[in-house]
Design a protein. Structure first.
Length: 248
């Protein structure tokens, strides 16, 4: 699933003690230390009934003449299991996303355009259909009920690279390889194994562009009112198709 991630730049970043069970064997080609750390982080995320975070994202783009540029955004995300998401993206694009368990809504706050569709179900089902509406969320895999299974499905090799500091937090640094994708994770080495940074590099594209998500603020199991996940169309807003949300 991560092989598609270089093109996923809509919401920017969806996502992220704990009693962790390590009874299952490591996925093929994943070293044991990386496997234990990744399993701890994904199990912790899956155990949370709600969470919210703020992230900074950096998307590299490479032009036809090999000029590389970077587009920065900020994303605020709230998740309430099993079926509620709110994401607010500012920066290069100003977009809000709502999912209340029955309906998805994308709202371009700058152009005052919104698109909506009926999609009853939980977050796992939603993640499978996002691309149908041209909604791309680079970290959507992390918010599913079993992120470990999705993330390790196509891994060819992995390495534990030691520890490093991300915004003053000591983190385990993991590197994975699959298909034409290299991806890295920095996971808090403290009591709560929260993901602090995620980076994916698409080697199959010209210039090998990268997408980086750095998570600055986490809240585990906050109280989130259901009203947060409901969209009310402003009076001056225009209903459009999802494909037209960013068009002039």
């Amino acid at each position: 699933m991560l092989s598609k991630i270089a093109s996923r730049a809509w919401m920017g970043a969806l996502i992220f003690g704990a009693s962790v069970a390590y009874g299952a064997s490591p996925a093929p080609h994943i070293d044991q230390q990386s496997d234990l750390i990744l399993k701890s982080a994904t199990d912790y995320l899956a155990s949370l009934q709600s969470f919210s975070y703020t992230a900074e994202t950096a998307l590299e783009a490479v032009s036809n003449d090999n000029e590389k540029t970077v587009f920065d955004s900020k994303v605020d995300v709230s998740i309430k299991r099993p079926n509620k998401i709110f994401a607010q993206k500012t920066g290069y694009e100003a977009l809000n996303f709502y999912f209340n368990g029955n309906k998805i809504v994308g709202y371009n706050t700058a152009k005052q355009k919104y698109a909506t569709a009926d999609e009853p179900g939980d977050i796992d089902k939603l993640v499978k259909v996002l691309s149908t509406y041209q909604i791309e969320a680079p970290m959507s895999d992390f918010i599913t009920s079993d992120p470990y299974a999705i993330l390790t499905a196509d891994v060819e090799s992995s390495r534990f690279l030691g520890t490093s500091m991300i915004a003053g937090v000591k983190c385990h640094h993991l590197a994975f390889r699959q298909n034409n994708i290299d991806w890295q994770l920095w996971i808090d080495a403290g009591a709560k194994p929260l993901i602090k940074r995620f980076m994916v590099t698409s080697k199959g594209l010209t210039g090998s562009p990268s997408y980086t998500v750095t998570i600055n603020q986490w809240k585990s199991n906050p109280v989130l009112d259901d009203a947060l996940f409901e969209f009310k169309a402003p009076a001056a807003s225009q209903l459009v198709e999802f494909a037209d949300l960013n068009k002039e």
